[in-house]
Every structure is written in structure tokens, then in C-alpha cells.
Ligand binder design. Structure first.
Ligand SMILES: Nc1ncnc2c1ncn2[C@@H]1O[C@H](COP(=O)(O)OP(=O)(O)OP(=O)(O)O)[C@@H](O)[C@H]1O
Ligand SMILES: [Mg+2]
Length: 269
């Protein structure tokens, strides 16, 4: 008896929303219009406009504290804007009930800057958690999917470890695995490589590109590592003074940033 062939990427079903048709490639999937956000006296976002299309990798760069993480959390409704509109899969998040936003979050998962792994669970349990909590898949099937991802992310053998015993690079990869285990259509990645050494950055970048290629993911990636951005971005935007000041290809944005700033530090090599 032969094992069933793995499903082709185009036929991959979201295991947390199996009856929802996948969003068509190239269609606007994340849309922000005139988005403002204030925290007390801090007017952080001052009219952000952005359209991310299904299938692309969009990178958000910007200085520490510019609001990148807040912006990313707005895209799946974890943070609400004070003004403006955010649409995910064509639906205005503010008009939805929390249960409806939660359903969209099954199609648009997130890798948090702080990893957000569950300390008391093993690596394998962390990765399988979305499926054990949110799907009716039998345990052996969850275990098989987790093993597949552990191998893909070069974490074979680490499934039984607790997060406390992992290196930073391993935690980033576990968080990435947990975000893609259910076959979401969109993944929001907050600084997936910050703080890692250059060899590990290159490795994690390659894994992000590989999972995207294999699974046809739309990625919105926050990163101020320009080497990573050059490698991964189909388009990128720079968040500065509350707006996406520059949007374009990596080359266009770096050129424009260099023209605008006498202290340009964008790498050109
Ligand atoms: N819930 C909150 N309440 C109050 N202030 C907040 C809240 N969330 C974010 N901020 C403030 O908004 C600003 C931007 O935060 P954010 O985490 O989005 O920055 P960032 O661009 O992701 O920075 P970094 O590159 O360091 O991760 C910071 O000054 C932060 O203190
Ligand atoms: Mg951040």
C-alpha cells in the first residue's frame, strides 16, 4: 500500500477554515485606507494607505518605535484604528463581530515579534496547537504535519524540547512553523530575523521564501534588516512619521531614501 501523494500547493486547504474558498492570486487581500492611531499624546499613525495583493511579499521597514508592529497587528484586527478603514479579504474589520474577525485570523496568521510560544508546551505541541485547538484533525495527522514542518524548517529532533531550551533562531523557526501549519493564505511576520547572526538570518530568510513558494503564501513582513528586505521583498514601504513614506521595489525605495536623506545608510552592496 503506497502513501497518499502530498497535495499540490494550489489545492492546499486551510485546515482551520476548510470550506472557505482561497482568495484569488493578485486580488487585494489587505487594504488600509487613511489609518490613524493614537496612544494618549502619541499620534503614531497619521494616515496610512496600503494595498497588499495575494501572493506578494510586502516588507514594512522603519525605525524602532515608528509603529511597524502596531500597523501589522491592525491588519488582522488585533489593534483597531482610531480613524480610517482596514479590510482583510475584502471585509471591513471594524464592521465585523469578534467571532468573524477570529475566523479571518485563521486565514491570516501572525508570527509575533516576541515569538509568543507557550512555555509549558513542547516544540511539537506549540506547532500543532492551532490544529489541536481549532480543527477536528486526528492526533496522528497533526503529528504528521508537525513532523513535516520540523523537517522543512530543519528542526528535526527538536519536537520534544521546551521553548526555554531553544536558541533564538530555533524559536523564530518554531513560531514560523506554528503560523503556517494550518495552510493560511496570509502570514504577518514581525521581525522574523532581528537579533540573529547573519548566517542564521540568511537561513531563516531562505526558509521564509521556501515556505512562501511551497505554500503560495501572501506575506507581510516587518523588518529593518535591509539585506533581508532586498532578498525577500516584492515590494516594500518605509513607515516614517506615521505614514508609509515610500512604497515600491527594494531598489526604488532605497534609491528614494538615499536621495531624501544626506545620512543615507541603505546598503548598496
Ligand atoms: N498598547 C499600547 N499602548 C500604548 N502605547 C503603545 C501601545 N502599543 C504601542 N505603543 C507605542 O507605539 C509606539 C510604536 O510601537 P511599535 O511596537 O509599533 O513600534 P515598532 O516600529 O514595531 O518598533 P520596534 O522596531 O522597536 O519593534 C511605541 O512608542 C510604543 O510604545
Ligand atoms: Mg516592532
Amino acid at each position: 500500500m503506497s502513501a497518499p501523494a502530498p497535495a499540490a500547493p494550489a489545492g492546499r486547504v486551510n485546515l482551520l477554515a476548510p470550506h472557505v474558498a482561497r482568495w484569488p492570486a493578485g486580488a487585494p487581500v489587505v487594504e488600509l485606507r487613511g489609518v490613524h492611531k493614537r496612544f494618549g499624546d502619541l499620534h503614531l499613525l497619521r494616515g496610512v494607505d496600503l494595498t497588499v495583493r495575494a501572493g506578494e511579499t510586502f516588507v514594512i521597514a522603519g525605525q524602532s518605535g515608528s509603529g511597524k508592529s502596531v500597523l501589522l497587528k491592525m491588519m488582522n484586527g488585533l489593534v483597531a484604528p482610531d480613524e480610517g478603514e482596514v479590510r482583510l479579504f475584502g471585509q471591513p474589520l471594524a464592521a465585523l463581530r469578534e467571532a468573524e474577525r477570529a475566523l479571518l485570523r485563521r486565514r491570516c496568521t501572525m508570527v509575533f515579534q516576541s515569538y509568543a510560544l507557550i512555555d509549558s508546551m513542547t516544540v511539537a505541541e506549540n506547532i500543532g496547537f492551532p490544529l489541536t485547538q481549532g480543527s477536528a484533525l486526528p492526533a496522528p495527522e497533526v503529528a504528521r504535519l508537525v513532523e513535516e514542518l520540523l523537517a522543512l524548517l530543519e528542526l528535526s529532533g527538536a519536537g520534544g524540547l521546551l521553548p526555554a531550551s531553544l536558541s533564538g533562531g530555533m524559536r523564530k523557526r518554531v513560531a514560523l512553523a506554528r503560523a503556517v501549519v494550518s495552510n493560511p493564505e496570509v502570514v504577518l511576520l514581525d521581525e522574523p530575523t532581528t537579533g540573529l547572526d547573519p548566517v542564521m538570518i540568511e537561513f531563516v530568510d531562505a526558509l521564509i521564501a521556501k515556505t512562501q513558494r511551497l505554500y503560495g503564501l501572501t506575506s507581510v513582513l516587518v523588518s529593518h534588516d535591509m539585506t533581508s528586505n532586498r532578498r525577500l521583498a516584492d515590494r516594500m514601504g518605509v513607515l516614517s512619521e506615521g505614514v508609509l513614506a515610500e512604497v515600491g521595489s527594494f531598489e526604488e525605495v532605497s534609491r528614494s531614501a538615499c536621495t531624501a536623506s544626506p545620512r543615507c545608510s541603505s546598503p548598496t552592496t
